[in-house]
Design a protein. Structure first.
Length: 235
Protein backbone atom coordinates (compact mmCIF):
# COMPACT_ATOMS: atom_id res chain seq x y z
CA UNK A 1 0.00 0.00 0.00
CA UNK A 2 1.44 3.41 -0.90
CA UNK A 3 2.01 6.28 1.53
CA UNK A 4 -1.02 8.20 0.22
CA UNK A 5 -3.45 5.38 1.00
CA UNK A 6 -1.72 4.69 4.34
CA UNK A 7 -2.26 8.31 5.38
CA UNK A 8 -5.97 8.04 4.64
CA UNK A 9 -6.57 5.21 7.10
CA UNK A 10 -8.55 5.84 10.29
CA UNK A 11 -5.79 4.02 12.19
CA UNK A 12 -3.46 6.90 11.34
CA UNK A 13 -5.72 9.41 13.07
CA UNK A 14 -5.09 10.52 16.64
CA UNK A 15 -6.72 7.98 18.95
CA UNK A 16 -9.04 10.60 20.47
CA UNK A 17 -10.33 11.62 17.02
CA UNK A 18 -11.33 8.18 15.79
CA UNK A 19 -15.15 8.05 15.72
CA UNK A 20 -15.60 4.94 17.85
CA UNK A 21 -13.11 5.98 20.50
CA UNK A 22 -14.49 9.52 20.48
CA UNK A 23 -18.03 8.17 21.02
CA UNK A 24 -16.90 6.00 23.94
CA UNK A 25 -14.71 8.57 25.65
CA UNK A 26 -16.57 11.82 24.94
CA UNK A 27 -20.15 10.68 24.30
CA UNK A 28 -21.94 9.76 21.10
CA UNK A 29 -23.57 13.20 21.00
CA UNK A 30 -20.18 14.82 20.31
CA UNK A 31 -19.86 13.14 16.91
CA UNK A 32 -20.67 14.97 13.70
CA UNK A 33 -23.19 13.50 11.26
CA UNK A 34 -20.40 12.14 9.06
CA UNK A 35 -18.65 10.58 12.06
CA UNK A 36 -21.89 8.90 13.17
CA UNK A 37 -22.46 7.58 9.67
CA UNK A 38 -18.88 6.35 9.46
CA UNK A 39 -19.53 4.06 12.43
CA UNK A 40 -22.48 2.55 10.55
CA UNK A 41 -20.51 2.14 7.32
CA UNK A 42 -17.57 0.59 9.15
CA UNK A 43 -14.89 1.03 6.49
CA UNK A 44 -13.90 3.18 3.58
CA UNK A 45 -12.07 2.06 0.46
CA UNK A 46 -8.61 2.19 -1.11
CA UNK A 47 -9.04 5.86 -2.05
CA UNK A 48 -10.59 7.35 1.08
CA UNK A 49 -11.24 6.65 4.72
CA UNK A 50 -14.73 5.96 6.02
CA UNK A 51 -15.31 9.52 7.27
CA UNK A 52 -14.63 10.96 3.82
CA UNK A 53 -16.93 8.34 2.30
CA UNK A 54 -19.65 9.27 4.81
CA UNK A 55 -19.26 12.95 3.91
CA UNK A 56 -19.77 12.14 0.22
CA UNK A 57 -22.85 10.07 1.01
CA UNK A 58 -24.35 12.95 2.98
CA UNK A 59 -23.90 15.25 -0.01
CA UNK A 60 -24.97 12.84 -2.74
CA UNK A 61 -28.61 13.85 -3.14
CA UNK A 62 -29.08 16.66 -5.65
CA UNK A 63 -31.57 18.57 -3.51
CA UNK A 64 -31.57 17.26 0.06
CA UNK A 65 -28.14 17.48 1.67
CA UNK A 66 -27.07 15.95 4.96
CA UNK A 67 -28.93 13.26 6.89
CA UNK A 68 -32.22 14.33 5.31
CA UNK A 69 -30.98 13.07 1.95
CA UNK A 70 -30.83 9.47 3.19
CA UNK A 71 -34.61 9.43 3.39
CA UNK A 72 -34.90 10.33 -0.29
CA UNK A 73 -32.40 7.86 -1.73
CA UNK A 74 -33.39 4.44 -3.01
CA UNK A 75 -31.22 1.33 -3.11
CA UNK A 76 -30.23 2.11 -6.69
CA UNK A 77 -29.40 5.73 -5.80
CA UNK A 78 -27.10 4.53 -3.04
CA UNK A 79 -25.47 1.93 -5.28
CA UNK A 80 -24.57 4.71 -7.71
CA UNK A 81 -22.37 6.33 -5.07
CA UNK A 82 -18.75 5.35 -5.59
CA UNK A 83 -17.62 3.19 -2.68
CA UNK A 84 -21.12 2.01 -1.73
CA UNK A 85 -21.83 -1.64 -2.41
CA UNK A 86 -24.80 -3.84 -1.58
CA UNK A 87 -23.96 -4.23 2.11
CA UNK A 88 -23.38 -0.54 2.75
CA UNK A 89 -26.48 0.43 0.73
CA UNK A 90 -28.58 -1.86 2.92
CA UNK A 91 -26.99 -0.42 6.07
CA UNK A 92 -27.87 3.11 4.98
CA UNK A 93 -31.44 2.14 4.10
CA UNK A 94 -31.77 0.50 7.51
CA UNK A 95 -30.62 3.71 9.23
CA UNK A 96 -33.17 5.77 7.29
CA UNK A 97 -35.99 3.32 8.03
CA UNK A 98 -35.09 3.11 11.71
CA UNK A 99 -35.20 6.90 12.00
CA UNK A 100 -38.73 6.90 10.57
CA UNK A 101 -39.88 4.09 12.84
CA UNK A 102 -38.34 5.71 15.90
CA UNK A 103 -40.30 8.88 15.15
CA UNK A 104 -43.45 6.75 15.22
CA UNK A 105 -42.78 5.05 18.55
CA UNK A 106 -45.57 6.18 20.80
CA UNK A 107 -48.17 4.53 23.02
CA UNK A 108 -51.36 3.79 21.12
CA UNK A 109 -53.36 5.71 23.71
CA UNK A 110 -51.46 8.88 22.83
CA UNK A 111 -53.19 9.11 19.45
CA UNK A 112 -56.45 11.03 19.59
CA UNK A 113 -58.47 9.28 16.90
CA UNK A 114 -61.26 11.86 17.10
CA UNK A 115 -58.96 14.62 15.87
CA UNK A 116 -57.73 14.64 12.24
CA UNK A 117 -55.01 17.08 13.31
CA UNK A 118 -53.63 14.71 15.95
CA UNK A 119 -53.75 11.77 13.57
CA UNK A 120 -51.96 13.77 10.88
CA UNK A 121 -49.28 14.92 13.33
CA UNK A 122 -48.63 11.34 14.41
CA UNK A 123 -48.08 10.11 10.84
CA UNK A 124 -46.55 13.26 9.35
CA UNK A 125 -42.92 12.26 9.85
CA UNK A 126 -43.55 8.73 8.61
CA UNK A 127 -45.21 9.96 5.40
CA UNK A 128 -42.87 12.87 4.79
CA UNK A 129 -40.14 10.91 3.01
CA UNK A 130 -42.26 8.45 1.04
CA UNK A 131 -41.58 8.78 -2.69
CA UNK A 132 -44.63 6.75 -3.70
CA UNK A 133 -48.23 6.90 -2.57
CA UNK A 134 -48.82 4.60 0.38
CA UNK A 135 -52.13 3.65 1.96
CA UNK A 136 -52.22 3.37 5.74
CA UNK A 137 -55.29 1.91 7.45
CA UNK A 138 -56.05 2.52 11.12
CA UNK A 139 -58.31 -0.13 12.63
CA UNK A 140 -60.61 1.15 15.38
CA UNK A 141 -62.47 -0.84 18.06
CA UNK A 142 -66.09 -0.50 19.18
CA UNK A 143 -64.88 1.68 22.09
CA UNK A 144 -63.12 3.98 19.60
CA UNK A 145 -59.66 2.79 20.61
CA UNK A 146 -56.80 2.03 18.25
CA UNK A 147 -56.46 -1.68 17.55
CA UNK A 148 -53.49 -1.30 15.20
CA UNK A 149 -52.45 0.41 11.99
CA UNK A 150 -50.85 -1.01 8.89
CA UNK A 151 -49.51 0.08 5.52
CA UNK A 152 -51.56 -2.04 3.14
CA UNK A 153 -50.38 -0.90 -0.27
CA UNK A 154 -47.80 1.10 -2.17
CA UNK A 155 -48.66 2.73 -5.46
CA UNK A 156 -46.78 4.84 -7.95
CA UNK A 157 -45.44 8.37 -7.69
CA UNK A 158 -48.89 9.87 -8.22
CA UNK A 159 -51.35 7.03 -7.73
CA UNK A 160 -52.12 4.82 -4.77
CA UNK A 161 -53.47 1.30 -5.15
CA UNK A 162 -56.29 1.02 -2.63
CA UNK A 163 -58.02 -2.35 -2.55
CA UNK A 164 -61.31 -2.23 -0.57
CA UNK A 165 -61.25 -6.03 -0.44
CA UNK A 166 -57.85 -6.10 1.27
CA UNK A 167 -58.83 -3.31 3.66
CA UNK A 168 -61.97 -5.04 4.86
CA UNK A 169 -60.37 -8.50 5.08
CA UNK A 170 -57.88 -7.02 7.56
CA UNK A 171 -60.62 -5.08 9.35
CA UNK A 172 -62.66 -8.26 9.87
CA UNK A 173 -59.59 -10.16 11.04
CA UNK A 174 -58.98 -7.73 13.90
CA UNK A 175 -62.68 -7.15 14.72
CA UNK A 176 -62.53 -3.48 13.76
CA UNK A 177 -65.79 -1.56 13.90
CA UNK A 178 -64.43 1.51 12.13
CA UNK A 179 -61.43 2.39 9.99
CA UNK A 180 -59.48 5.54 9.15
CA UNK A 181 -57.60 5.82 5.87
CA UNK A 182 -54.43 7.81 5.35
CA UNK A 183 -52.50 8.20 2.14
CA UNK A 184 -49.71 10.52 1.11
CA UNK A 185 -49.16 12.70 -1.93
CA UNK A 186 -45.41 12.65 -2.74
CA UNK A 187 -45.85 15.97 -4.56
CA UNK A 188 -46.37 17.58 -1.15
CA UNK A 189 -49.79 18.95 -2.13
CA UNK A 190 -52.50 17.28 0.02
CA UNK A 191 -55.43 18.46 -2.12
CA UNK A 192 -57.53 15.33 -2.81
CA UNK A 193 -57.83 14.21 -6.41
CA UNK A 194 -61.05 13.22 -8.13
CA UNK A 195 -59.99 9.58 -7.75
CA UNK A 196 -59.35 10.04 -4.02
CA UNK A 197 -62.95 11.16 -3.61
CA UNK A 198 -64.33 8.35 -5.78
CA UNK A 199 -62.38 5.69 -3.89
CA UNK A 200 -63.50 7.16 -0.56
CA UNK A 201 -67.14 6.84 -1.58
CA UNK A 202 -66.60 3.26 -2.75
CA UNK A 203 -65.06 2.31 0.58
CA UNK A 204 -67.92 3.96 2.47
CA UNK A 205 -70.43 1.90 0.47
CA UNK A 206 -68.50 -1.35 0.87
CA UNK A 207 -68.08 -0.77 4.60
CA UNK A 208 -71.76 -0.02 5.03
CA UNK A 209 -72.60 -3.53 3.77
CA UNK A 210 -70.19 -5.05 6.29
CA UNK A 211 -71.09 -2.79 9.20
CA UNK A 212 -67.67 -1.15 9.24
CA UNK A 213 -67.60 2.63 9.10
CA UNK A 214 -65.05 4.94 7.52
CA UNK A 215 -64.38 7.69 10.06
CA UNK A 216 -62.02 9.72 7.90
CA UNK A 217 -59.71 9.68 4.91
CA UNK A 218 -56.71 11.93 5.50
CA UNK A 219 -54.49 12.98 2.60
CA UNK A 220 -50.97 13.87 3.72
CA UNK A 221 -48.77 16.47 2.07
CA UNK A 222 -45.46 18.02 3.10
CA UNK A 223 -46.24 19.30 6.57
CA UNK A 224 -49.93 19.70 5.70
CA UNK A 225 -53.00 17.50 5.40
CA UNK A 226 -56.60 17.46 4.20
CA UNK A 227 -59.35 15.59 6.05
CA UNK A 228 -62.11 14.40 3.71
CA UNK A 229 -64.38 14.18 6.74
CA UNK A 230 -63.80 17.86 7.49
CA UNK A 231 -64.44 18.61 3.81
CA UNK A 232 -67.84 16.94 4.09
CA UNK A 233 -67.20 13.92 1.86
CA UNK A 234 -67.83 11.41 4.65
CA UNK A 235 -71.32 11.32 6.12
Amino acid sequence: MNDKNEALKISNMDHSERPREKAINMGIETLSDSELLSIILGSGNSDENVITLAQRVLNSHEVHKGLLGLNYMSYHDLMNIRGIGRAKACQLMAVAELSKRMSMVRKNSDINLSSPEDIAKHFMQYCRFLTRENVIVIFVSASNDLIRWETLSEGTVNRSLISPREIFIEALRCDAVNIILIHNHPSGNPEPSEMDIVVTRRIIEAGRMLGIGLLDHIVMGDGTYVSLNERGYIK
